[in-house]
Design a protein. Structure first.
Lengths: 292, 267
């Protein structure tokens, strides 16, 4: 493209020149995701929903976070505008402090660097004084997005009544081993309510229990809280995403598959009386599954 | 095309690239983000053009009115009240906006593309401008005054929001050249004409929504294809636009009914 300085093509070229990602953003995205800390910027993602959020506070399995947007013209008095010169992203940004929400850690998807949460001052935008102000709709849109992120869950809750139903039907460990082709430790874990059945196993059990497959799956116990918590960590997300891609499944199903896979293997190897080292088991599970 | 692209990347380039990088999760989300960015940019452009027209209209109207005078605000042209200070006003943006929305008995339902501004439109613009300048306690930049008036008369504001409810830009309603000479009840044709003017100012989404304004967020969300809170916000904006457009209408209920019927027929 040849053009004289100042004409449209020249302006287009000059305008595109700074359109590169700030080095610190590129660097952050290329390293392993850290544990969430206050003062970080993340992409939060769940299914089709994707928003930038600044982490304000961290608890065991959740973060309190405020959405961050690049549309400064929509900022209201509840938001803090950070000018390009002071923004780690190098562009004008808005941190919607008034819309901060508790989000499950599982939605944190991509680390984008540090964020100056301590120096944020809400009130840089003006008040929305009328419902016809387009900013009212923008704000409501962000609230909807955060509602979706806040409601993100993947771990089945499970009624946990399966063991009781197996015992009530007179199914003992030996019969369970024969019916489902299980290791004795697995059968014991099932009868103690420490292991779920798969959909295939539920199909086999359905006539014996006089229940539908769906009823049996709903009676499964929930996976151990520690597995859920570990799989919620951002550092596990790339592995979950790789598993989802490899098997052509959703991220939710990939997490469930990993959780049940590790849980089942532990029951087979050590029974249910010893608390397994779940983190190390998860690491091995992903290593074998993704590299096997 | 080069001009448009240059303008877009000049104003939005880094934020656009960064936004896509940070938020896109796959090819289709990248496509949605890019299309939304381009769409919103075009709407912003249209809004700027409308504001430019409004500024020029104010130039004529306020320039001819002895209650107003020109002010120079550090190189930016502004307006002030002739009997007040010509230095920059001290009222903050929110106070000025409150002042604009605080004046309730004026409205704009007609707007000529060329030729004289309809009498009630002149009255509405001048009244609000005076209220804003009074609260400012001094001069206000042309651009800021036009922005406030644009927001106050929601019919002049194209829908803009990020997501996607913004499905068409505002176009000025067709001119109604003749005002009704007296307060005789409106004929069906007049009612239809008035509701047509308001109808023209609504986006397709807003038209679908209008007959359902009292419904819950989840029910509205089915119509708008958005989340429930956004749907409620769009509904509130539609209600306010219609209210502002009919505030001076003696047969407001009839006009709104006629409008609702028209919108229902479109659904």
């Amino acid at each position: 493209m040849t053009s004289a300085p100042g004409d449209a093509a020249d302006r287009l070229r000059r305008a595109l020149a700074p359109s590169v990602l700030p080095a610190r953003v590129q660097q952050a995205a290329q390293t392993a995701p850290p544990d969430p800390q206050p003062g970080q910027l993340w992409r939060a993602r769940w299914e089709e929903t994707s928003e930038l959020v600044a982490v304000l506070r961290v608890t065991t399995d959740a973060v309190e976070a405020a959405p961050v947007t690049l549309d400064v013209e929509y900022a209201d008095n509840d938001a803090a505008v950070v000018p390009a010169g002071e923004s780690p992203l190098g562009v004008d940004t808005v941190t919607w402090i008034g819309l901060r929400r508790v989000l499950p850690m599982t939605v944190l998807d991509r680390f984008l660097g540090e964020w100056p949460v301590k120096s944020l001052m809400a009130g840089t935008g003006s008040v929305i004084v009328n419902p016809a102000d387009p900013r009212a709709e923008y704000r409501a849109y962000l609230e909807d997005e955060l509602d979706l992120l806040a409601a993100a869950r993947w771990a089945p809750t499970g009624a946990g009544t399966l063991a009781e139903e197996l015992r009530a039907a007179g199914i003992d460990p030996q019969r369970l081993v024969a019916l489902l082709d299980l290791a004795p430790q697995e059968a014991l874990a099932l009868l103690r309510g420490r292991l779920p059945v798969t959909a295939e196993q539920a199909e086999t059990l359905a006539p014996a229990l006089n229940r539908t497959v769906e009823q049996i799956l709903a009676a499964n116990p929930a996976p151990p809280a520690e597995i859920v918590s570990l799989l919620d960590r951002p550092r596990r997300r790339p592995q979950v995403q790789a598993l989802a891609r490899r098997r052509g499944m959703s991220e939710v199903t990939a997490r469930q598959t990993a959780a049940f896979g590790v849980w089942r293997l532990a029951a087979r190897q050590v029974g249910d009386r010893t608390e397994p080292a779940w983190d190390a088991r998860l690491e091995r599970y992903f290593h074998v599954t993704l590299n096997g | 095309m080069d001009e448009l692209l240059a303008e877009m990347f000049d104003k939005k380039g880094p934020a656009l690239v960064l936004g896509c990088y940070a938020k896109a999760t796959d090819d289709s989300s990248l496509e949605r983000l890019l299309l939304t960015a381009i769409h919103n940019f075009l709407i912003d452009q249209a809004k700027g053009t409308d504001r430019g027209k409004l500024r020029r209209r104010l130039e004529t109207l306020l320039g001819a009115d002895p209650r107003f005078t020109r002010a120079d605000l550090a190189g930016s042209p502004g307006w002030a009240l002739a009997d007040g200070p010509c230095t920059a006003g001290t009222g903050d943006a929110a106070a000025l906006m409150y002042a604009a929305f605080g004046v309730r008995d004026v409205s704009i339902t007609r707007w000529n593309e060329s030729g004289p501004t309809p009498k009630d439109t002149v009255h509405a613009l001048v009244t609000i401008a005076a209220a804003v300048l009074t609260v400012a306690g001094g001069a206000v930049r042309d651009e800021d005054l036009a922005r406030i008036l644009q927001q106050r008369f929601a019919l002049l504001t194209p829908p803009t929001v990020v997501s996607l409810s913004a499905d068409e830009s505002w176009t000025e309603p067709a001119a109604a050249e003749h005002e009704r000479p007296d307060a005789a009840p409106a004929t069906p044709a007049e009612l239809e004409s008035r509701s047509e003017t308001v109808w023209q100012s609504l986006t397709p989404t807003e038209r679908h929504l209008l007959p359902h304004l009292g419904e819950t967020g989840p029910a509205l969300a089915v119509i708008t294809g958005t989340g429930p809170k956004q749907a409620k916000a769009i509904a509130a904006a539609v209600a306010e636009k219609v209210r502002l457009a009919t505030v001076n209408d003696d047969e407001r209920d009839e006009t709104v009914l006629s409008l609702a019927e028209r919108c229902r027929g479109e659904s």
